[in-house]
Write a protein that binds this ligand. Structure first.
Ligand code: UD1
Length: 340
């Protein structure tokens, strides 16, 4: 007897697809909806190569209330929703704010409006450490102040958190967990699924792997004059499989009603910061592949340093990031090689 159906919106995306696999491994029946706006249908083959059984999938845009409603009518007995479907590029959000607000906000509103009609109480929401801006104190705890967002993307994450909070106050039946991700990297150890950036990558790891593969000429390191030991920015890079497993624990917690409040927030990171140059050197030593690079100007809007205090997630969820950084870097490279 399985543990029940879980709706995974954005389930063919990077974090969504890894979570689908971990939900399956944990005995759940994940059901994917995705409009493939930033992912490929071939991800379903990758998932199946790991799980050995086909996963249920429907092409649905979460902005489309009527399609969502029809979908809920068909799948009456879902236990929880893991809501990943959203746009995620900081730079693009500056040039396309309306589509970011519409996509990220309307999708959540549609789900929240439909959930009570179909007796679904539980939702896990993908937020980001971006809500903390440049924190005054490190590491950041869940109580660290929320800073004014520096991009429409960041604004959508903050607004969605506010919406979930207000919904939780208005409806005590509702159970939400907000997960604030630090920087997800790496790929499944099978190299059957991984990150599939559209066009020129913005994020560090895909840019490194594409440069290592000769697709990009060189990595541009954005600034070496920050107030950090080697001058480059510091982030908390967390393996995507560790991140995916945290979603399973969060969903267990909601379904088993172990949550202490009807809305909870957890930081998902490793608790360790790494600089851009450390990641670059780590990649070279983990893979034996040289990555040409140059130091260039700072990137507008970048935060100098941020890493997570993971005490709350460790203690309350009983979850901890386990995969070493070298393994994450190697898995990212193995995935890149498979894409050639
Ligand atoms: C940011 C947000 C994160 C969001 C993500 C979505 C913060 C702190 N983080 O991540 O919440 O989910 O965008 O995309 O706001 N770098 C280079 N060269 C490159 C690419 C990146 O040097 O070609 C450096 C950046 O300057 C940064 C680090 O690598 O220091 C990581 O950058 P990136 O992978 O883009 O993620 P964030 O900007 O940290």
């Amino acid at each position: 007897m399985g543990k029940g159906k879980i709706l995974v919106t954005g389930g063919t995306g990077y974090i969504g697809s890894h979570t689908v696999v971990e939900l399956f491994n944990a005995g759940y029946e994940p059901i994917i909806i995705d409009n493939l706006s930033n992912s490929s249908i071939s991800v379903l083959d990758g998932i199946k190569a790991i799980t050995k059984v086909p996963v249920t999938y429907e092409n649905i845009d979460c902005k489309d209330y009527n399609s969502l409603e029809r979908f809920f009518e068909k799948h009456q007995d879902m236990k929880a929703i893991a809501h990943f479907a959203a746009y995620k590029s900081v730079g693009e959000s500056v040039s396309k704010p309306i589509s970011y607000y519409r996509n990220n906000i309307v999708s959540l509103l549609n789900l929240l409006q439909l959930m009570p009609n179909f007796g679904i109480k539980n939702i896990v929401f993908s937020s980001s450490c971006t809500v903390y801006g440049q924190p005054d104190e490190l590491p950041v705890t869940e109580q660290s102040p929320i800073k004014p967002a520096t991009s429409p993307y960041g604004s959508t994450k903050q607004m969605c958190e506010t919406i979930l909070n207000d919904a939780a106050i208005a409806n005590p039946e509702m159970n939400s967990i907000i997960l604030r991700y630090f920087n997800p990297i790496g790929a499944h150890s099978s190299a059957e699924i991984g990150e599939l950036p559209n066009g020129i990558p913005n994020n560090l790891l895909p840019y490194i792997t594409q440069t290592a593969a000769g697709i990009r000429e060189k990595l541009r390191v954005f600034g070496d004059d920050y107030n950090t030991p080697d001058g480059s920015c510091i982030r908390d890079y967390i393996n995507v499989v560790d991140l995916a497993k945290a979603h399973v624990v969060a969903i267990d917690r909601l379904i088993e009603e172990k949550n202490k409040k009807n809305i909870e927030v957890f930081n998902l990171g490793t608790g360790n910061g790494s600089s851009v140059l450390e990641i670059l050197n780590g990649f070279e030593s983990a893979t034996g592949v040289k990555v040409p690079y140059e130091i260039v100007e700072r990137r507008a809007g970048d935060i100098e340093k941020v890493w997570a205090d993971t005490t709350f997630a460790n203690q309350e969820l009983g979850w901890k990031a386990e995969i070493p950084l070298e393994e994450s870097l190697l898995s990212a490279w193995n995935w890149q090689k498979k894409l050639q």
